[in-house]
Structure formats: structure tokens, C-alpha cells
Write a protein that binds this ligand. Sequence first.
Ligand code: HPA
Length: 267
Amino acid sequence: MSAAALLRERLAGRRPNVALILGSGLGALAEGLAERIEIPFADIPGFPRSSVSGHAGALVSGRLEGREVIVVSGRVHYYERGDAAAMRPVLEALATLGVRTLVLTNSAGSVRQEMAPGSVMVIADHINFSGLNPLIGEPDERRFAGMTAAYDATLRERISDVAAALGEELHSGVYMWFSGPSFETPAEIAMARTLGADAVGMSTVPETILARFLGLKVLAASVVTNYGAGMTGAELSHAETKEMAPKGGARLSRLLAALLRQGHLDD
Ligand code: HPA
């Protein structure tokens, strides 16, 4: 049975058109899901297995703010297996199910003094200097996917409007993908800043590339958990990421909830 066929069976007629991939420490939004149907990745043919602590590895269907959504809890990162296309089976199955809009959240390091830990940044664009791409090996011309408008301008405008209405500060900036799993060096953070990045992180970019390839609209946002390496003198750790993520994560969750409530993620 294909992944999409199994999901169709388990979802029993539900047709979500919005999917959310929640980063580590950002799973709280999924706890508010009503009428939940949880499908572990392990049950779905071809789905990847996540190995990061704090990630569950399940699709959770349900209603958030009255809207039908599907939450991907437990993304798989490039650094787990060296596979930039690790999330491809997940995104393909969602697209086949009828998902049109993909919301990506992550935790990230800030390379800007003025964007302190706890900040939320909507991703306006990305820099992929990793030399990796999830579409490498794709046989036909669809592989030349355009990235000019990777992060949907209308959705970015809507989240900015919602933030303004709620009185929440929302940064907008460029996210630079590093493969991880080691954190960056101070020199790499200085380079990222010079190249025009505002935040750095280890996810999202391959998913955005895959999503655009599959014709999905993307809204992506980072929760800043720390300053980039060398900016404070302190060593970075995953423990800090997990500890800090819920702080900005609660604010990002409020923004996403408001977008859903107002029907701004449907089309
Ligand atoms: N670098 C890369 N990824 C991250 C960071 C960071 O400083 N913080 C959270 N995710």
C-alpha cells in the first residue's frame, strides 16, 4: 500500500489542505488539536525515522482554530542520515492528499545583535551554500525548480499583519542553511552575516525546495533560541535550543493560530 493510500484510509475522508512541520520544542501547537487522528511515521510505508530527541515522528490530523490541518511532528534532518531528500516521502504524500500550503517552523541561531533569543523571524528568503540539494538525481526537467518566490509573499504579508494586530514583534529575514549537526564556528557566523543571512539553522531549506518542486506554497518561520557562535562567548548546545524554543515558540504558535482562525492559510 502506498503512503498516500494508507493515509487516506486512516484519515477517513478528511482532506486537510494545510500542513505544518513543527521544529524541536515547537510541538505545543499540536497539543491543541481537536478530533485528533495520530499516525506514527513507523506505520506509513516509506516514511523516514527521526532520531532527534524532542521529535515524535507522527502525522497528526485534526482541527486547530476550527480549521482542518495535518501536523508533521518530528521532521527528519539532513544530518541524521546525510539525505537532503529525507522528507520527500512525507511531502509527496501530503501533496497527494491535497495539501496546498506548507507551514515550516524551526529553531535558529541569530546572527544579528538586534534579533535576540526569543525573537520570531518569518523567513523571507534563504541561502543554500551547503552544496546539497534534495533534487539532485531527479531525472527530468522539473528538477530546475524556481526559487525566486520560494516563501509566499501573500502569506508573509498576512503573518506580518496578524503580528501587528496582536502587538507581537515579528522579524523578517534570510535563513541560511548549515548541514549540522555540529554548530557553526564564529568565522562561519561572521561569513553568514557578511553574505546577508539573519539567522542560521539546520532544517527547512531542503523542505522548502521539495515543497516548491511539488507545487506547495510555503510559509516558514524561525524561533531564535540563541545568538550564533562567537557572538556571546558561550558554547552552543542542543539542550539550550530545546530549553529556549518554547519561549519564542509560544509566540509563533499564537501567530499561526490567528492565521488559521482567520482562514488565512486556506486558499
Ligand atoms: N545554529 C544552527 N542551528 C541552530 C542554531 C544555531 O545556532 N540554534 C538553533 N538551531
